[in-house]
Design a protein around this ligand. Structure first.
Ligand SMILES: O=C(O)CCC(=O)C(=O)O
Length: 243
């Protein structure tokens, strides 16, 4: 393995996330930004939720020429190879636009991580990672992404968690995670963050006027099963990015 990749992976495992600067070229970034805005203009969003997040689950079907290159993109491929090898599956590709005020709830993408059945004798543990590509600059006073420090190693306590892993309520999760130690990251346009899908995180805008959008590719290794608690819709069939 490349020395820089090995070094970054050690940081990833320690912190639960890493920033990959300039993962996309300016041309790729602009192409995705414009395509996401076109998707919005066409009304292709699934919805706009109460924290200000608009999401798109059909981009891969509708605009494969723009968004398929995000899957196993050369900037993230060495990490996916090192983490999952040929077991790497794309779980989903989801676009986000934050059109106005945005302050996301604390959440895990893979809520079921801590509730897997370790008692089954030959069951292996599923793990997911996100690669989130940003199309505008985040920064102090603009927008940010916040993680719970070391949150990939801290199981959510039972008083805020239902049996399958989902939160008992958004308020309970917010109160508990607001009280933990945080790490803020400011990805710039074209940057990517790679993080464990079970680390608690939230995106926020400090300036509600700015344009903000991203694409998330969720990857998983193959012990996942259809009923597992995860925020995203399973791509059918799940795509193997030919690692
Ligand atoms: O808005 C953000 O920066 C957070 C996006 C997010 O929740 C994710 O990538 O899973």
């Amino acid at each position: 393995m490349d020395e820089a990749v090995a070094k970054n992976l050690a940081v990833f495992e320690e912190k639960g996330w890493i920033l990959i600067p300039e993962a996309l070229t300016p041309e790729e970034t602009e192409r995705c930004r414009i395509a996401l805005n076109t998707a919005r203009a066409n009304g292709w969003e699934e919805g706009l939720n109460h924290v200000g997040n608009m999401w798109f689950d059909s981009l891969l079907d509708r605009m494969p020429e723009v968004f398929a290159p995000m899957i196993g993109h050369p900037s993230v491929r060495p990490y996916l190879e090192a983490l999952y090898g040929p077991q790497c599956q794309l779980r989903s590709l989801r676009g986000h636009i934050n059109p106005g005020p945005y302050d996301q709830e604390w959440h895990l993408d893979f809520y079921g991580y801590w509730q897997q059945n370790d008692k089954a004798r030959y069951a292996s543990r599923g793990t997911g990672v996100n690669t989130t590509f940003y199309f505008q600059d985040n920064g102090p006073g603009i927008a940010r992404l916040t993680y719970v420090k070391g949150g990939h190693r801290i199981p959510p306590p039972p008083e805020i968690t239902r049996p399958g892993g989902w939160s008992v309520s958004e308020q309970a999760f917010n109160e508990w995670y607001d009280a933990q130690e945080h790490e803020i990251v400011y990805p710039k346009a074209g940057d990517c963050v790679l993080f464990f899908s079970h680390i608690p995180h939230k995106g926020s805008k400090d300036n509600e006027e700015v344009e903000r959008s991203n694409i998330v590719c969720h990857y998983q290794n193959n012990p996942f099963y259809p009923g597992i608690a995860h925020v995203s819709v399973l791509q059918k069939p799940a795509i193997f990015p030919l690692l």
